[in-house]
Design a protein around this ligand. Structure first.
Ligand SMILES: C[S@@+](CC[C@H](N)C(=O)[O-])C[C@H]1O[C@@H](n2cnc3c(N)ncnc32)[C@H](O)[C@@H]1O
Length: 205
């Protein structure tokens, strides 16, 4: 298949969120806790988490069509029923998602690989996303962010400190270990290479 055929395949067959306002509750069967994995990349965190918590409903959101398509193919191959993939910009998708107060956990593993000032608007963690997470998360719900960029971690802490809807964990939000266990591809690589990782947890008030 040519590169352009592949790009079309990914674009046309990556799973999308329903049009307009839609319910996170009806994307997957069952009534288990809803978890979001935003920007899952190659998807290790999705698959590890799906195996750990088979009764949870895990929704992965990824903007790159190729990654969303490939993760979805893998779900189908392994007949994994507790994960749904939505391809698109998480900020736009979550703006349309309902119901409020339905999400138990949210993970953002190594988000925002953008360095230049002019790319600031691409950064997924910002007011638009945090406003929707405040709306969608249950009181007591956990938000977990990890990154290998120290100053980004400090920015995330500062952004969360300003929001009335979130309380950072003790110690300005920093924790040593991934509280959900499921590793992302970048996390696994960082651990193997012995690189530092900054991990932050906040609770929805
Ligand atoms: C540095 S990668 C990390 C991938 C994976 N979470 C990991 O830790 O291995 C960041 C991922 O976030 C995705 N991403 C960036 N902006 C996004 C957005 N607005 N909505 C959804 N996904 C986004 C990128 O396409 C990329 O796959």
């Amino acid at each position: 298949m040519s590169d352009s055929d592949l790009r079309r395949l990914y674009r046309e067959h990556a799973p999308r969120a329903p049009e307009g306002r839609f319910s996170l509750e009806t994307l997957l069967e069952g009534s288990g806790p809803i978890e979001l994995d935003i920007g899952f990349g190659r998807g290790l965190s999705l698959f590890e988490r799906a195996a750990q918590v088979p009764d949870s409903r895990i929704i992965g959101i990824e903007v790159k069509t190729k990654l969303a398509y490939k993760a979805d193919q893998r779900l189908q191959k392994h007949d994994l029923r507790n994960v749904a993939i939505l391809c698109g910009d998480a900020r736009e998708i979550l703006k349309r998602a309902e119901p409020s107060g339905s999400v138990r956990r949210v993970s953002l593993h190594f988000p925002d690989p953008w360095w230049k000032k002019r790319h600031d608007k691409r950064r997924v963690i910002g007011d638009a996303l945090l406003t929707e997470l405040e709306r969608l998360m249950k009181p007591g719900g956990e938000l977990f962010i990890q990154t290998d960029v120290e100053h980004r971690a400090a920015q995330y802490v500062a952004q969360l400190q300003e929001r009335a809807g979130f309380a950072l964990a003790a110690g300005r939000g920093y924790i040593d270990e991934n509280p959900f266990g499921a590793r992302s591809n970048r996390e696994k690589r960082a651990i193997e290479d012995g690189l530092p990782v900054w991990r932050i947890v906040a609770t929805r008030r």
